[in-house]
Design a protein around this ligand. Structure first.
Ligand code: SF4
Length: 342
């Protein structure tokens, strides 16, 4: 891990992740002997510019949520470097990490599980303000919470209510108000809309986009659905079994995916026009994600890839830049066909 760096310049990325690894020992038996290692995140690198959004996408079990949690040290990284605004996060001691938490916050997938059911909305949103001494009186806390509720589209008149009195979408708005209460620089949104009705999803994505403009937030938006991150992301990174397999701007990724896994994810997105839907070429994704405890050798995707060659099970394909800003990890220099983008 690198040492703490000097404060970054305005052009420097707000978030820089280098070769991040998060491995978990697997223990069994009475003596809890280590019998294996889950390589949940296995050498992930990316940068996110100030005020930009990285969409981190993949099926469940691909390591995207663990990457998000590792950046905030909610799970302990094994090695690598995470710099937020030029400051190394992975080497901070407990006290410095507590102070730094104000700069980096998380929005969780299940807003109900992340909100203490015995606390009022006022106390839930005010909690981080008290913890980080951003308010010094009850009146000040009331004013701050009312302002935050308005920012996320909730009436301050609801502040004495409890989480169970709200719908899923409203509860996610409460979770967002808590996350922005300390005016963080970086927000990791971990599948923030996957538990919500489709009709509500767009409202929450729009709210996140308007808060980003208003508060100059930088996001890492974790999702399993490429369609959800398409319009919010400045760049999308596709993960498979602990590694990034493709990175590009959303328009480029949707127009010309360079990795078969991305192709398969794209071809799973329904197209509203039935004629186009009928005619389009699909690359079905077969089988489940293999266990990260025993991932396939070489290219992890070779057990599900329709283009797999002998070389694919022996050699790990490096993530290489195929055109400016477009990175892919595949031994094929060009994919045979691409499904029509939705
Ligand atoms: Fe498929 Fe081989 Fe490319 Fe992996 S390296 S995605 S197995 S063609």
């Amino acid at each position: 891990m690198t040492s703490n760096a000097a404060p970054s310049t305005p052009d420097a990325p707000l978030l820089a992740v280098r070769d991040l690894k998060i491995h978990f020992p697997v223990r069994r038996g009475l003596l809890q002997r280590q019998v294996g290692t889950v390589r949940a995140v296995d050498g992930v690198s990316f940068e996110v510019a100030r005020g930009a959004t990285l969409g981190l996408v993949g099926e469940s079990g691909c390591g995207k949520s663990t990457t998000g949690r590792g950046i905030l040290r909610l799970v302990p990284p094994t090695s690598g470097s995470v710099q937020i605004d030029g400051r190394e996060i992975l080497t901070l001691d407990a006290r410095a990490l507590r102070n730094a938490r104000g700069e980096m916050q998380m929005i969780f997938q299940d807003p109900y599980a992340s909100l203490n059911p015995r606390m009022t909305i006022l106390d839930l949103i005010a909690e981080p303000l008290w913890t980080h001494e951003r308010v010094s009186s009850r009146d000040e806390a009331l004013r701050e919470v009312a302002g935050l509720m308005e920012m996320v589209g909730l009436s301050p008149s609801y502040m004495r209510r409890y989480p169970h009195e709200f719908s899923g979408g409203q509860r996610q708005r409460i979770g967002i108000a808590r996350a922005i209460a300390l005016r963080p620089k970086l927000v990791i949104a971990d599948e923030p809309v996957s538990a919500l009705d489709v009709s509500i999803q767009a409202q929450i994505v729009n709210l996140l986009a308007s808060l980003q403009r208003e508060l100059s937030l930088t996001y890492v938006f974790v999702a399993h659905d490429l369609a959800v991150v398409r319009h919010l992301s400045s760049e999308i990174a596709v993960m498979y079994l602990g590694r990034i397999v493709e990175r590009a701007r959303p328009d480029v990724l949707f127009r010309s995916p360079q990795h078969p896994y991305t192709q398969a994810l794209l071809s799973a997105i329904p197209i509203p026009d039935p004629d186009v839907e009928r005619k389009r070429q699909r690359l079905p994704l077969v089988g489940e994600v293999p266990s990260p405890l025993n991932p396939p050798s070489g290219c992890h995707f070779h057990t599900r890839c329709p283009y797999a060659m002998e070389r694919c099970s022996a050699e790990v394909p490096p993530l290489v830049q195929r055109s400016p800003g477009h990175w892919a990890a595949c031994h094929l220099p060009e994919l045979p066909t691409a499904p029509a983008p939705p």
